[in-house]
Design a protein around this ligand. Structure first.
Ligand SMILES: Cc1cc2nc3c(=O)[nH]c(=O)nc-3n(C[C@H](O)[C@H](O)[C@H](O)COP(=O)(O)O)c2cc1C
Length: 318
């Protein structure tokens, strides 16, 4: 009943990918999703290559299934890409026009290559660049959003014209939405916001609390958190825009990123991890429409079972 193409490609059992989510999705969460049968992912912007190497070695020891590394193009470090391609099954990029050089780099070192896109034009470019799979993201997504169309519109267009495995992303928070994505031709789903509230995530508890009390109507697509990364739309809880705008200070607090403590400028895109100390309410509280389904913290394996087991049951019943 469930699609197999993505699973067969990357070697996972269940057609679900953890979204790369900055320092929110670390070793523990990536391993938990991988061990539950999905594709675990990490994304470590601003971490040097030797530290990424150590993280990947640890993840390799903790994960029984495949995992990948996600890179945000505005913060790309080529040494890190090489380390990722040597140590992970999948290397993936987001937030630029897809090109063949990075894909070749991953392939030459034995990794699969993926790109998250938000339009048919970019999906075609990713396929032409040699990507092994493409993540199709709709504007319902939490975090940064590259396209301008709803998931259902862009997924239908891409499915019609692109033949590589497609992973649907954006607002997929419950079994019915996941089943709908499979029915629309997705080979897997990519889930972010739901996993921010997984017990293994490195999210700040106040951020998780805010997600649990919010609905999709409380989210907004904005460019407000543009310090360090201007003009890049992202979906957050509206309350965080208001809190950050009203704050008088230049910094919102301090964060420990891989052993280095640094001040966090007001309106910067850095996510509210457990290692942040300060005004969490004024951090970008990234949230997709899927926030509706965030009602409690649960182990990642339970979230995988709920979404994949539930969607399978729905598809079988109809
Ligand atoms: C907290 C958070 C951080 C994110 N960081 C990244 C990232 O570093 N790289 C990336 O490709 N996408 C990132 N995204 C976007 C996801 O890849 C994905 O498109 C999105 O989570 C899907 O929508 P959902 O949150 O409703 O599941 C992030 C999303 C969230 C919620």
């Amino acid at each position: 009943m469930l699609p197999r193409r993505f699973c067969d490609l990357v070697g996972c059992e269940k057609p679900i990918q953890l979204a790369g989510m900055g320092h929110i999705a670390g070793i523990e969460l990536a391993a938990a999703v991988s061990n539950a049968g999905g594709l675990g992912m990490i994304a470590m912007p601003m971490v040097p290559a030797d530290r990424l190497q150590t993280i990947l070695t640890e993840l390799d020891g903790a994960a029984t299934g495949p995992f990948g590394v996600n890179f945000l193009m505005p913060f790309l470090d080529l040494d890190c890409v090489a380390v990722a391609a040597d140590g992970a099954r999948v290397v993936e990029w987001f937030y630029a026009d897809p090109g063949p050089e990075l894909v070749e780099l991953a392939h030459d070192r034995g990794a699969l290559a993926g790109w998250q896109v938000g339009s048919l034009v970019d999906a075609r470019a990713a396929a032409d660049a040699g990507c092994d799979y493409i993540v199709v993201q709709g504007i319902e997504a939490g975090g940064h959003v590259y396209g301008r169309q709803s998931l259902w519109t862009v997924l239908a267009e891409c499915r019609q014209h692109v033949d590589v495995p497609l992973v649907a992303a954006g607002g997929l928070g419950n079994p019915a939405a996941v089943a709908a994505a499979f029915a629309a031709g997705a080979d897997a789903v990519r889930v972010g916001t739901r996993f921010v509230a997984a017990v293994e995530a490195d999210a700040h508890p106040d951020y998780v609390e805010a997600l649990m009390s919010a609905t999709a109507a409380d989210t907004e697509l904005t460019t407000a958190f543009g310090t360090m990364w201007p003009d890049a739309p992202h979906r957050v809880l509206r309350s965080s825009i208001l809190a950050a705008t009203e704050l008088a200070a230049d910094t919102v607090g301090e964060i420990d990123l891989g052993g280095t403590t640094m001040p966090v400028p007001r309106l910067s895109p850095i996510a509210a991890t457990a290692a942040f100390d300060g005004h969490v309410e004024a951090m970008p509280l990234y949230a997709g429409y899927s926030v509706d389904a965030v009602t409690e913290t649960r182990p990642a394996a339970d979230i995988v079972d709920e979404l994949i087991g539930g969607s399978e049951a729905l598809l079988a019943a109809h």
